[in-house]
Ligand binder design. Structure first.
Ligand code: COA
Length: 316
C-alpha cells in the first residue's frame, strides 16, 4: 500500500473562551483542582451563529491554502466527529457544499470518539490508494459543549469545542503510516446515549477507570506502531498525544524518557476536544514552527468505545 504524508494543516476555534473560574460559578469546583488534576485552564465553546460546518470549513480552507492545493484536487473527505450539526447531511457533506469539493468523491463522517482522527487518517490512506485524485481532506471537529452534563463536575470541566484539518497526499513509493487501531466494546465507562434512548444525550464517564485504560493503551499503541514501521523512539521527531488529561501525557513521556522539546500540550488552552484534539496539536505545531517538511511524528489516541490507535506520519 502507498502511504500518505501531511501536506497542510489548519484550525478554527470558537470565539467564546470559558475559564475555570467561569465553571466554578456553575458547579462546585475551583481553578486549582481543575489545573492540577487535568492541566486545563480554559476551553472554547461554540456560541451564537457558530456551527461545526462553519468551523470545519474555516479550518479546511486554511489547510488547503497551507498545502498549496485547491478544493477541486481533493479525492476524499472525512470528518471525524461525534457531534455533527445534523446526522444527515453528514458534516463531511456540509463541508463538501461549503468548499465546493468535487461531486465524484466519497464524503462521510466517522465516529470513533477521541480516536476518530486516527481512524480517519488510516481510512483516508486506504481510500486514496484507490482514488484517482491523490489529495485527501481529514477534519476533526466537535461541539462537545452541546452534550456536556452541566451538573456533573467530574466531566463538565474537561471538554471544549473546535475544529482542525489536515490535507494529506498519497504517492506511489511512500511508506504507509503503519496505523494500529483497536477497540473494545464497552458501554459502561464512557457513553453518550443516542437518538433511540430515553436518557438525554449527555456525556457520562467514569473518569478514573478511563484514566487507567488510557495510560495502558497509549504505550501499547506506541510500541505496536514503532514495531510495525520498523522504527525506534529515537527515529521520532515529535510525539503527538490526544489531549485528554495532562497527567496522562506526563506519565507516558516519563516512561519513554521523551524530552520536553519532543512533545507538546495544548490542553491548557482547548481542554479535551475529542476528535479535534490531535489535528489541533498538529496545526499548532506547524503554526509554531515546531514541525515542518520532513518531520516524522508519532500520533497516539484513545477514547470512548473504547477505542485506541497510533500512526507514524511524515510531513511532506
Ligand atoms: N472539582 C472539584 N472536585 C472534583 C471535581 C471538580 N471538577 N471533579 C471531581 N472532584 C472530586 C471528586 O468528587 C472526588 O472527591 P472525593 O474524593 O471526595 O470523592 C475527587 O475529586 C477525586 O475524583 P476522581 O474522579 O477520582 O478524580 P481523578 O483524579 O480521577 O480526576 C478526571 C478525574 C476526569 C480528571 C480523570 O479521571 C481523567 O482525566 N480521566 C480520563 C479522561 C480521559 O482520558 N478521557 C479519554 C477519553 S475522552
Amino acid at each position: 500500500m502507498n502511504g500518505i504524508k501531511i501536506k497542510g494543516t489548519g484550525q478554527c476555534l470558537p470565539q467564546r473562551v470559558v475559564t475555570n473560574e467561569d465553571l466554578a460559578r456553575i458547579v462546585e469546583t475551583n481553578d486549582e483542582w481543575i489545573t492540577t488534576r487535568t492541566g486545563i485552564q480554559r476551553r472554547h465553546h461554540i456560541s451564537g451563529e457558530e456551527t461545526i460546518a462553519g468551523l470545519s470549513a474555516a479550518a479546511a480552507r486554511q489547510a488547503l491554502e497551507n498545502a498549496g492545493i485547491t478544493a477541486d484536487q481533493i479525492g476524499a473527505c472525512i470528518v471525524a466527529t461525534l457531534t455533527p450539526d445534523t446526522l444527515v447531511p453528514s458534516a463531511a457533506c456540509c463541508l463538501q457544499r461549503e468548499l465546493g469539493l468535487p461531486n465524484d468523491i466519497p464524503c462521510f463522517d466517522l465516529n470513533a470518539a477521541c480516536t476518530g482522527f486516527l481512524y480517519a487518517l488510516h481510512t483516508m490512506e486506504c481510500l486514496l490508494n484507490a482514488a484517482p485524485r491523490k489529495f485527501g481532506l481529514v477534519v476533526g471537529a466537535e461541539h462537545l459543549s452541546r452534550i456536556t452534563n452541566w451538573q456533573d463536575r467530574g466531566t463538565c470541566i474537561l471538554f471544549g469545542d473546535g475544529a482542525a484539518a489536515v490535507v494529506v497526499e498519497c504517492r506511489e513509493g511512500w511508506p504507509s503510516i503503519g496505523a494500529v487501531l483497536g477497540s473494545h466494546g464497552d458501554d459502561q465507562l464512557l457513553r453518550v446515549p443516542g437518538v433511540e434512548q430515553d436518557e438525554r444525550s449527555l456525556i457520562y464517564m467514569e473518569g478514573t477507570k478511563v484514566f487507567k485504560f488510557a495510560i495502558e493503551a497509549a504505550p501499547w499503541c506506541m510500541d505496536r506502531v514503532l514495531e510495525k514501521v520498523g522504527k525506534t523512539v529515537d527515529d521520532v521527531d515529535f510525539f503527538v498525544f490526544h489531549q485528554a488529561n495532562a497527567r496522562i501525557i506526563d506519565l507516558v513521556v516519563r516512561r519513554y524518557h521523551i524530552p520536553p522539546e519532543k512533545y507538546y500540550k495544548n490542553i491548557q488552552e482547548y481542554g479535551n476536544t475529542s476528535a479535534a484534539s490531535i489535528p489541533l496539536v498538529l496545526s499548532d505545531l506547524v503554526r509554531l514552527g515546531k514541525v515542518g517538511s520532513g518531520s516524522r511524528v508519532l500520533i497516539v489516541g484513545f477514547g470512548g468505545g473504547l477505542t485506541w490507535g497510533g500512526a507514524y506520519v511524515e510531513f511532506e
